[in-house]
Design a protein around this ligand. Structure first.
Ligand code: APR
Ligand code: PHB
Length: 388
């Protein structure tokens, strides 16, 4: 088999890249280790920057997002029982869209199926070969047989645990990492959200987040220890631990109900540099991870894909490799700023240390954020997404 670009991984990064390339007549095949149902079963964050929305429109898959997504003009931060609002609209003129990553993945999968572009699910032992030469290949096993695809480029969109980054010699890659000593325990419930906007909560008992998927579906998170076991978190316990962290109004409005999903996610910051090795290009979680505070994961995956799709289009349409040469540096410049913002939000809102000095610093940071227009504008600029 032969194609122009082999894409490893059918998460949002791989699917979006495939769609943008297909729109410009660039042949691509996606190889995904899991089944499509498994990929759609993962619940992840759901805040989309304007630039990500624009890219989904460009890929031709934005219709359902515009119909069902919720435009948010601001965000709320509750500090020790008192709620504050920051208006993105007033501070930056921009807004964000609340629309689940699962729905985006579904829209991208449907778009790909409608365009009849090939995806191979349940592909085992996917392995890139000869990425430093002109004719890379990717082998995989399916249906008991080994197959091989010859291509021009390989896009490693296979997430943090994928094979692409691991197939590069360790000496060719620099990694930067910070693991936080905590996780997020999340639940999804068919109950109306407690507020029309997201509420990020800083409280001595620990961080909480009130988010949503629709006017009738809520998503809540609690800071938890990494050793936590889901079995010891019946729904009642979750709601009882959430309530004291909220302000009076939110506590009164909170509608509890049975969870339809419950999971624990560890918090990690990670960057691998560079993002290009010969003809292998990494994009999304394969190259970097942010903690979920700030909801930058999907948006960063989309910004990598924007740079990479334009670079590949330039290669095929204009016979110029300038975009490919600059891909890693351009993508990383945006990645590191989102890493900084996600780290800052994480450190400012969670109970990470027992040192009272650290608590006072958090309160000073937040007081400054609510009192200074400059600080609020800097926050809002980062939250709605920095320009490319
Ligand atoms: N071979 C083929 N596919 C693989 C392999 C492999 N060896 N390893 C992993 N994959 C697949 C995974 O099964 C997954 O479907 O690659 C896909 C990677 O998808 P994501 O983890 O969703 O990563 P990405 O597309 O970069 O999306 C980034 O998703 O993880 C969130 O917070 C993150 O919102 C961000 C977004
Ligand atoms: C979510 O709705 O799942 C969500 C929202 C905002 C975040 C993280 C997760 O910062």
């Amino acid at each position: 088999m032969r194609t122009q670009v082999v894409i490893i991984g059918a998460g949002p990064a791989g699917l979006l890249l495939g769609q943008l390339l297909h729109k410009r007549g660039i042949a691509n095949i996606i190889l995904e280790r899991q089944t499509a149902e498994h990929v759609l079963g993962r619940v992840r964050a759901g805040v989309i920057e304007q630039v990500t929305m624009d890219l989904l429109d460009e890929a031709g898959v934005g219709a359902r997002m515009h119909a069902d997504g919720l435009i948010h003009e601001g965000v709320q931060i509750c500090v020790d029982g008192t709620r504050h609002r920051l208006s993105f609209k007033e501070l930056t003129g921009k807004t964000v869209m609340v629309y689940g990553q699962t729905e985006i993945t579904k829209d991208l999968m449907d778009g790909r199926a409608a365009a009849d572009v090939p995806s191979i699910y349940s592909a085992q032992d996917v392995t890139p070969h000869d990425i430093s030469g002109d004719r890379p290949r990717v082998s995989y096993r399916a249906g008991g047989k080994t197959h091989e695809i010859v291509c021009d480029f390989v896009a490693g969109c296979d997430g943090f645990h994928g094979i692409s980054r691991k197939s590069v010699p360790a000496r060719a890659i620099n990694t930067y990492e910070r693991v936080y000593p905590l996780g997020w325990l999340g639940i999804l419930a068919d109950t109306p959200p407690v507020s029309e906007e997201l509420i990020y909560v800083r409280h001595p008992l620990g961080f909480a987040l009130c988010s949503m998927r629709s006017p009738t579906r809520s998503r809540y998170y609690l800071q938890c220890s990494l050793a936590e076991d889901l079995d010891s978190w019946p729904d009642e316990r979750f709601w009882e631990e959430l309530k004291p962290r909220l302000d009076d109004e939110a506590r009164d409005r909170l509608v509890t109900g049975p969870s339809i999903e419950k999971s624990i996610a560890p918090l990690r910051s990670f960057v691998a540099e560079p993002m290009r090795f010969g003809r292998l290009f990494l994009a999304g979680d394969a190259a970097h991870i942010v903690p979920p505070t700030g909801a930058k994961g999907l948006n960063l995956a989309a910004s990598d894909v924007r740079y990479l799709s334009r670079a590949l289009i330039e290669h095929y349409e204009e016979k110029s490799d300038a975009g490919l040469e600059h891909y890693s540096a351009r993508a990383l410049a945006r990645v590191w700023k989102a890493e900084r913002f996600s780290w800052w939000m994480t450190m400012t809102l969670h109970r990470i240390s027992d040192n009272p000095f650290d608590h006072q610093l958090q309160l000073a940071e937040l007081d400054y954020l609510f009192r200074s227009k400059a600080a609020a504008t800097a926050f809002a600029e980062n939250y709605v997404g920095l320009p490319y």
